[in-house]
Design a protein around this ligand. Structure first.
Ligand code: XLS
Ligand code: NI
Ligand code: NI
Length: 435
């Protein structure tokens, strides 16, 4: 322990499902083997620095509610206090990873160079801490949405000077991510979109964003960064419309700019809901297109229409999430980043621990249910049976033929479709046996 923020709370331990302790894992047991792999290595949990340490509890109608010893966040000594508390939380939870934006970890200076000096000093501070710990960096990213310079976009800004500032910022963040052994680098474009089409040249902005992402990939290869470049889709908020709307939109964008083999997706539960999808829809889409990378795990309020970034607590939903992830082969460089924040009335340091403990347990239960469904094979068997017609030589030959040949077979009466049940309720009942 290097800070007293968490009052020397002991590391959270696995105590099994019957434990009634408020700060124990009931399901997350890092060493438990699931489908031949340790649970910790399946889930690859990360704490998000921004929500847990940089966010002060404000909302559009009210200012900060949290009073942390590192507030106000405008000075290097306090940035280090914040880092001390953050690494204490990583130790208490035993998480293998964390994630940051540049702006979460260092105070902004009066110039780019001054901000960069602060940033490097904190990265050094992190590097020192990480030497004696198991906690690694899942990903780094640049905050190119909070400061007023980004209000009209970063790479899509009508002002080329802002594009330049974005390029310099991302270069510095990629360097730092590599320095800390980061496994991925993320780009989330909260301001890469528009407030109104009346002042927006969409074609030009998309070309600039495509060129920018190509520069990211070129720089990755130039410095020999071995991690994965990830784009994080979100349909809107803060912009009225964001170009990286959802997984399918992002794939079209990557393909158009020749990046579909270089860039993968970081999918977030709440963003899927805002786009009108389920989380498993986004994961299945990315997996089908070969661009599944990592997840930002949280829970969205289904009524409010905002990105509420709550900690996950619904096992049946999470089970389907991990079912699709396991089906896609599990995480490679990706992981489960808790892009989730406390409610602003949850003031106590212990609330921050409890939120993560509960979320880790929910994910562990979801993973176990998903693995059990895969092992049992019921859903896969149903899929195989449903598509069995396509395994026949005639069906395969049809895909190689043309409309005239197919027309003759249908017109002659050789082919006459017989509808069969989709059995949705039976499959839903099946899933409920595992969750
Ligand atoms: C915001 C995004 C953001 C990204 C990282 O909605 O989820 O937190 O994950 O910039
Ligand atoms: Ni989000
Ligand atoms: Ni996110």
């Amino acid at each position: 322990m290097t800070s007293s923020f968490f009052a020397d709370t002991a590391p959270v331990r696995f105590e099994g499902p019957d434990s009634s302790s408020p700060l124990a894992f009931r399901h997350y047991n890092p060493d438990e083997m699931i489908l031949g792999k340790r649970m910790e290595d399946h889930l690859r949990f990360a704490v998000a620095y921004w929500h847990s340490f940089a966010w002060e509890g404000g909302d559009p109608f009210g200012g900060p509610t949290f009073e942390r010893p590192w507030h106000p966040q405008d000075d290097m000594a306090r940035a280090k206090r914040k880092a001390d508390a953050a690494f204490d939380l990583f130790d208490i939870l035993g998480v293998p990873f964390f994630c940051w934006h540049d702006a979460d970890i260092r105070p902004e200076g009066p110039t780019f160079a001054a901000s960069l000096r602060n940033f490097h000093e904190i990265i050094d501070y992190f590097a020192e801490k990480m030497e004696h710990r198991k906690t690694g960096l899942l990903w780094g990213t640049a905050n190119m949405f909070s400061h007023r310079r980004w209000m009209a976009g970063a790479s899509t800004n009508p002002d080329p000077d802002v594009f330049a500032y974005a390029a310099a910022t991302v270069k510095a963040c990629m360097d730092a991510t590599q320095r800390l052994g980061g496994q991925n680098y993320v780009l989330w474009g909260g301001r890469e979109g528009y407030e109104t089409l009346l002042n927006t040249d969409m074609g030009r902005e998309l070309d600039h964003m495509g060129r920018f992402l190509n520069m990211v990939v070129e720089y990755k290869h130039k410095i020999g960064f071995t991690g994965t470049i990830l784009v994080e889709p979100k349909p809107q908020e803060p912009s009225k419309h964001q170009y990286d709307y959802d997984a399918a939109t992002c794939y079209g964008f990557l393909q158009r700019y020749g990046l579909e083999n270089e860039v993968k997706l970081n999918l977030e539960q709440g963003h899927a809901i805002l786009a009108g999808h389920s989380f498993e829809h986004e994961i299945a889409t990315a997996a089908a297109l070969g661009v599944f990378g990592s997840i930002d795990m949280n829970r969205n309020d289904y009524q409010s229409g905002w990105d509420t970034d709550q900690f996950p607590n619904m096992v049946p939903e999470v089970a389907l999430t991990y079912y699709h992830i396991l089906k896609a082969g599990g995480f490679d460089t990706g992981g489960t980043n808790f892009d989730a924040k406390l409610r602003r009335q949850s003031l106590d340091p212990e609330d921050l621990i409890a939120a993560h403990v509960g979320a880790m347990d929910v994910c562990a239960r979801g993973l176990k249910a998903a693995a059990a469904m895969l092992e049992d094979g019921g859903l896969e068997a149903a899929l195989t049976a449903r598509y069995a017609g396509w395994d026949t030589p005639e069906a395969q030959a049809m895909l190689e033929s043309d409309f005239d040949a197919i027309f003759d077979r249908v017109n002659s009466g050789e082919i006459d479709p017989k509808p069969r049940s989709g059995q949705q309720e039976k499959l839903e009942n099946y899933v409920n046996r595992f969750v």
